[in-house]
Design a protein around this ligand. Structure first.
Ligand SMILES: NC(=O)c1ccc[n+]([C@@H]2O[C@H](COP(=O)([O-])OP(=O)(O)OC[C@H]3O[C@@H](n4cnc5c(N)ncnc54)[C@H](OP(=O)(O)O)[C@@H]3O)[C@@H](O)[C@H]2O)c1
Length: 389
């Protein structure tokens, strides 16, 4: 039995993970669940999976859980970041799936690594913010980080432990999102509702907007740098609207190895849960004849500048990636609230990055300081930009 803690169990990835666990009751069990604000859904999950520990993002959410009798028979390990740390590092856990949105999972991932847990990582923001700290801690403790993001999961499968010296480059595929093919001027008036209509993947709201701006792919470029030890020059992005090829690795001899599959996150989640074994999965087979054409095109960096900003952050060094991520979270939240235009997301991030002086990010505290300052700056920039649009 592999004993699993899920951070973000009420979200899109969290629920897919529970359905993978449902499909393998003799191999997988839930011992920890953590959620943000959705006390009703967490109460249902507690009743069904009877975990040992649970946590919620705020005291108010925990009170709602208590009031609905959702806590009967389980321990509330805590709230906020402390709650996530307690759930992730408990002795009852073998593997932690980090699928909470935002960056609150950082301390929990580090605590789980210190406690020797295997990490299944969906939350790319944690690596963008603190890739050096996380990968160094994992190396020191001999802990595996298994990527759940479908592109990195694909690369993990393609490389299968191959030495970095054998890799020429990797190619991350991107669906292109709902606005693929539009020019910059055609993006001026798009709304949050338009951005949330993703053509191929069902995901949480923040990552869906990130897919529409191509920032999702930018964050993935930085994530790939930390996971596979590759430079910015070795990480390419290609638009592939059908999302059938989940990514590719080109080896030094010119061979290109790709991983293909249906667009169902249960596949990469199960890969991480079963690794290094393979189990029958509750997903349909890929029907290539039905998929028909597979198309590939270059990303349009003029219409979607966020991808270029992410490459800039990766080349500049780790503190600018913290700023990129923080400013993006601020801008996307404002866009989802209808308070910022779609093109202004990139403006806010770029201006926030322009005013950043490289800083020390060698500890969690230092990272949190840079993150906090960048969020304040991004709010101020957004306020100015909004007045202009
Ligand atoms: N969805 C995908 O297909 C996909 C693919 C690749 C990578 N990812 C990554 O996986 C992560 C989750 O994505 P998602 O699509 O599943 O997002 P989502 O549907 O919005 O779910 C986010 C989850 O995180 C929880 N959460 C938020 N803040 C929290 C906090 N402070 N403490 C504890 N839990 C918190 C939410 O709880 P409440 O709902 O209870 O508030 C929810 O369970 C993101 O980093 C995303 O980039 C997602």
């Amino acid at each position: 039995m592999k004993r699993i803690a899920i951070l973000g169990s009420t979200g899109s990835i969290g629920q897919s993970a529970l359905s993978v666990i449902d499909a393998h009751p003799d191999r997988l069990m839930v011992t920890g669940l953590a959620a943000g604000e959705n006390a009703d859904r967490l109460a249902e999950q507690i009743a069904r999976y009877k975990p040992r520990n649970v946590a919620m993002a705020t005291d108010a959410a925990a009170d709602r859980l208590r009031a609905s009798a959702g806590l009967s028979g389980v321990r509330l390990a805590g709230t906020g970041r402390d709650g996530l740390v307690a759930v992730a590092s408990d002795e009852s856990v073998d593997l932690v799936l980090c699928a909470s949105s935002g960056t609150d999972g950082l301390e929990a991932v580090l605590a789980a690594i210190e406690a020797g847990k295997t990490i299944a990582l969906a939350n790319k923001e944690v690596l963008v913010m603190a890739g050096g700290l996380v990968t160094e801690a994992a190396r020191r403790k001999g802990v595996l980080i298994l990527p759940v993001d479908s592109e990195h999961n694909a690369i993990h499968q393609c490389l299968h432990g191959r030495a970095t010296s054998e890799i020429r480059r990797i190619v991350l595929t991107a669906s292109g999102g709902p606005f693929r093919g539009r020019s910059a001027s055609q993006l001026e008036d798009v709304t949050a509702a338009d951005a949330l209509r993703h053509p191929t993947w069902q995901m949480g709201r923040k990552i869906t907007v990130d897919s529409a701006t191509l920032m999702n792919k930018g964050l993935e470029v930085i994530e790939a740098h930390w996971l596979f030890g590759l430079s910015a020059e070795q990480i390419d992005v290609v638009i592939h609207p059908q999302s059938v090829v989940h990514s590719m690795a080109e080896l030094v001899d010119g061979s290109v190895i790709a991983q293909l599959g249906v667009t169902d996150m249960r596949l990469p989640i199960q890969y991480a849960f079963s690794y290094p074994d393979r189990w029958i999965a509750p997903v349909p087979s890929l029907d290539l004849a039905r998929a028909g054409r597979l198309e590939f095109e270059r990303p349009d960096l003029r219409a979607f500048p966020c991808l270029g900003l992410a490459y800039r952050a990766l080349r500049a060094g780790p503190s600018l990636a913290v700023v990129l991520n923080a400013a993006n979270e601020v801008a996307v939240t404002l866009f989802l609230a209808g308070r910022l235009s779609f093109p202004s997301i990139a403006h806010v991030i770029e201006e926030t990055m322009n005013s950043h002086e490289p800083a020390n990010v060698a500890s969690v505290d230092a990272i949190r300081d840079v993150d906090r300052a960048a969020r304040d700056r991004a709010q101020a920039v957004a306020h100015r930009v909004q007045l202009k649009v």
